[in-house]
Ligand binder design. Sequence first.
Ligand code: HEM
Length: 119
Amino acid sequence: MATLYEKLGGEKAIAAVVNEFYDRMIKDEQVSHYFRYTDMDKLRKHQISYFMSYALGGPHKYEGATLRESHKGMNITHEHYEIAIKHLNGALRKYNVPLEDRVKVEAFLRSVKPHIINK
Ligand code: HEM
């Protein structure tokens, strides 16, 4: 069975979705402040490899910090996490990812939520 990584179209397609996701996040005044001091190029690259290896079953091995460590001190709220889910879903829709696959990505986002919020 194809992994979600393969189904979505591999590295290029995932990079496009991740970039679209961050474009939406930094344009949204409710969450853009989190990224004020962030090196976005670096974050985009790490996120792409993270999504490929963990979220979607791709070949790249992510070797960065754990999600808990990466988001320590940010105090990301439940509401802001929901906004991130909305924007990722919007990015997936823009690239015509079908509902059944969007549901899987959303399930992954919800599974890691306890590692990220209120840290
Ligand atoms: C499934 C959800 C998420 C995943 C998988 C994720 C993943 C990551 C990873 C892997 C990093 C580390 C990147 C690096 O070391 O360069 C990171 C950093 C970061 N994340 Fe997330 N993240 C998620 C949700 C969020 C949300 C909801 C926010 C804010 C609303 C957020 C804000 C940030 C920021 C600002 C950084 C950069 C910190 C810095 O400047 O070093 N993340 N994220």
